[in-house]
Design a protein around this ligand. Structure first.
Ligand SMILES: C[S@@+](CC[C@H](N)C(=O)[O-])C[C@H]1O[C@@H](n2cnc3c(N)ncnc32)[C@H](O)[C@@H]1O
Length: 288
């Protein structure tokens, strides 16, 4: 079969398996498999694949048909216009999380803080920490994760995208390995409730790390710890910024007010109009 026919055939398989972007997936996978770009595929659509190429691509199509995410198959994902290596050790960075990065940058710029101390809790692939480091060359950035495996991926991504030594990576449970005070603490923690896990798409459920997603019975376990504890690691009037699930605004608002440690609690919507970022400022007198 020619390249054009391979794409048609893979797209049909993906469509019948219920994948939502069948043609795009087929093109991205074949381009990546052949180590070319998608334009090259169009220019060479009449070229036949060799037998080993066709066989290798067929195996990728079968894996995608089973729901394996495109990003894991091709081994990377774009976030904040940077290229991140990803594999099943880390959550695939989501475009939604760029809104959190934007909000951190905007908040610090409005305060006139250009060489901030920033902590990224639960860094995964390193997406948030590395995006912030790329925008704030004077920032001192610490990134943590419970998973040593995730930190290995994050460190590789830092090497791929930044000058050496820009980010300090620490392994441990939430604040356990953290020392010092920060202008901003940012986190996209796990926030899926136990009962919602089975409703996630099979792409997420069967392939992405559970420990990056699950957060107890109500999905609030991490917020319930991070919100009170973060105050002890923020400079007076420092900022805590959290990604939240689209239906968690009220509950997270309640956790901020229960803590009594913050003021100026606000929320920001993503570009689909859903509440996805919580932001609050440590009260000057709060000590967590
Ligand atoms: C939703 S993922 C976010 C990953 C990345 N920051 C992003 O936005 O793409 C949550 C991350 O928190 C980490 N994590 C889970 N439990 C943790 C804990 N107790 N302490 C530190 N990190 C934890 C997971 O390993 C995972 O990398």
């Amino acid at each position: 079969m020619t390249i054009g026919q391979q794409i048609e055939s893979a797209a049909e398989v993906f469509l019948s398996s219920g994948l939502t972007t069948p043609r795009l997936d087929a093109e991205v996978l074949l381009a990546s498999y052949l180590k070319k770009d998608r334009i090259w595929l169009f220019v060479h659509s009449d070229r036949d694949l060799s037998v080993p190429e066709a066989e290798g691509f067929r195996r990728w199509v079968a894996r995608r048909q089973e729901g394996e995410p495109v990003a894991y198959l091709v081994g990377h994902k774009e976030f904040w216009s940077l290229d991140f290596a990803v594999d099943p050790r880390v959550l695939i960075p989501r475009p939604d999380t760029e809104v959190l990065v934007e909000e951190v940058l905007k908040t610090l710029a409005l305060q006139g803080i250009f060489s901030p101390d920033i902590l990224d809790l639960g860094t995964g692939s390193g997406a948030i920490a590395i995006a912030l480091a790329s925008e704030l060359p004077e920032a001192r950035i610490t990134a943590t994760d419970l998973s040593r495996e995730a930190l290995a991926v994050a460190a590789g991504n830092a090497k791929r995208n930044l000058p050496a030594g820009r980010i300090e990576f620490l392994q441990g449970n939430l604040f356990d390995p953290v020392k010092g005070l920060f202008d901003a603490i940012v986190s996209n923690p796990p926030y899926i409730a136990a009962g919602e896990y089975s409703q996630l798409s099979r792409e997420v459920r069967n392939f992405e790390p559970r420990e990056a997603l699950l957060a107890g019975e109500d999905g609030l376990d991490f917020y319930a710890i991070i919100i009170p504890q973060a105050a002890s690691f923020l400079k007076p009037e420092g900022w805590l910024l959290l990604e939240i699930g689209h239906d968690q605004k009220k509950l997270v608002e309640g956790l901020f007010s229960q803590s009594g440690l913050y003021r100026d609690v606000t929320f920001r919507k993503d570009y689909a109009g859903r509440w996805r970022v919580a932001k609050a400022r440590r009260k000057e007198e709060a000590c967590g």
